[in-house]
Design a protein around this ligand. Structure first.
Ligand SMILES: Cc1cc2nc3c(=O)[nH]c(=O)nc-3n(C[C@H](O)[C@H](O)[C@H](O)COP(=O)(O)OP(=O)(O)OC[C@H]3O[C@@H](n4cnc5c(N)ncnc54)[C@H](O)[C@@H]3O)c2cc1C
Length: 360
């Protein structure tokens, strides 16, 4: 007999259809795609290309697992270009799939548009505009085509940094906000999508009525909140995010950076959980696994002095798997004492306590 808590077959069908919808590139209509017709449209002169070099580049991402060819690539120079493209598809009898592509660091074709148009967001980057920092408001208004490293460099000029990061900063704002954006700050501040105050989104599929006409809407927790929460983590299925207001904080002056190696998984996770639950604990906490696979490059060897590589390799060979806990505590002249407390918080094998000066 089926349990009441277990989804019925019809529920499962709805869930499967919903997930399939999410994983399908945006299509503004159900008719067959014919994006090549728009190549002759004057609005996109010089911006829309079907050159094989552009189309081939847009067909592949960082994962190199899939190759999904679009018919054309749009290199927009303004938000209006993207609006025009979506409207054209929406109004047309022969609509086509459209996908935003940030830095193409997806693993399996998430930014692809089969037989459609890939929007190369990076062509919108303009050195003279696109990042406005409010020091008093502690936020930055950012065009989503920018990379996190570029935003960081800009905010640091005013002594500020984003609150939540990814480990790797060569990803676009739009790309990570369409996913989640996690790093060692997540346990303290939440992922990047929890540290956004406002978005501008060109609607493609509006969650309530499933109509996307290519209209631009500003949304936040208080205004158009359905669209706001659908676009964040929405893999570009609900709209193309063109601007994000990102929370900032004062840049730390220094950081104590420590790495601890564990051979016992329970001890490792117990320490992680305890440190995360400390109310005024660490500013960064991340765990990783080091396996007996290949060269030291596989376990972020740059984190350790070359003179210690042999020692670590022999540990990995002996235990087959080692767990690395990486933590950081920010401090300045007035809070130096708090750094010494960090080591007391962790009862394990401190292999690499190392003071690192972070920024200024
Ligand atoms: C080397 C490497 C390191 C990574 N490190 C981390 C990490 O530390 N933390 C982490 O969380 N993730 C990490 N990732 C995963 C990464 O965050 C995602 O793959 C992210 O989507 C890549 O950003 P991108 O700019 O390359 O986006 P793309 O791959 O170009 O696009 C990703 C998705 O977002 C959509 N999209 C892109 N721009 C927009 C936009 N403006 N509006 C709406 N939708 C849009 C695309 O259609 C696609 O669905 C890493 C990936 C790699 C390859």
């Amino acid at each position: 007999m089926a349990s009441n808590n277990f989804p019925s077959q019809s529920h499962l069908l709805v869930i499967i259809i919903f997930i399939t919808t999410l994983l399908t590139p945006i299509t503004t209509n159900n008719t067959s795609p014919q994006p090549w017709n728009i190549l002759s449209n004057d609005n996109f002169a010089g911006k829309l290309t079907s050159a094989s070099s552009s189309v081939e580049a847009a067909a592949i991402d960082f994962g190199h697992v899939t190759k999904i060819l679009p018919s054309a690539v749009l290199n927009p120079s303004s938000v209006q270009d993207i609006i025009d493209l979506i409207k054209l598809s929406f109004d047309s009898q022969s609509s086509f799939p459209i996908a935003a592509r940030g830095h193409g660091h997806s693993f399996r074709g998430q930014a692809a548009a089969k037989d459609g148009v890939v929007v190369n967001m990076r062509s919108m980057v303009n050195e003279d505009r696109g990042i406005k920092v409010s020091r008093t408001g502690l936020y930055a208004d950012v065009d989503t085509a920018w990379l996190w490293i570029e935003v960081l460099n800009k905010t640091l000029e005013l002594g500020l940094t984003p609150v939540s990061w990814t480990d790797y900063l060569y990803l676009t704002i739009g790309g990570t906000l369409s996913n989640g954006g996690i790093s060692g700050q997540t346990s303290r501040y939440g992922p990047q999508i929890s540290n956004v105050l406002e978005l501008d989104v060109i609607t493609v599929i509006f969650p309530r009525n499933f109509i996307g006409k290519g209209e631009i809407a500003t949304c936040s927790n208080d205004t158009n909140s359905d669209l706001f929460y659908a676009a964040l983590g929405g893999l570009g299925q609900f709209g193309i995010i063109t601007r994000a207001r990102i929370k900032l904080e004062l840049a730390p002056k220094r950081a104590k950076w420590l790495r601890f190696l564990y051979t016992d998984f329970s001890e490792f996770t117990r320490d992680q959980e305890r440190l995360i639950s400390e109310t005024d604990g660490l500013h960064f906490l991340e765990g990783s696994v080091m396996l007996d696979h290949g060269p030291p490059d596989n376990w972020r060897s740059t984190y350790y002095p070359p003179s210690d590589h042999l020692r670590i390799v022999s540990m990995i060979k002996r235990y087959r798997v080692i767990y690395c806990l990486e933590v950081a505590k920010y401090y300045d002249e007035t809070s130096q004492h708090s750094v010494n407390e960090v080591r007391g918080m962790i009862k394990c094998l401190p292999l690499y306590p190392k003071k690192m000066y972070f920024m200024r």
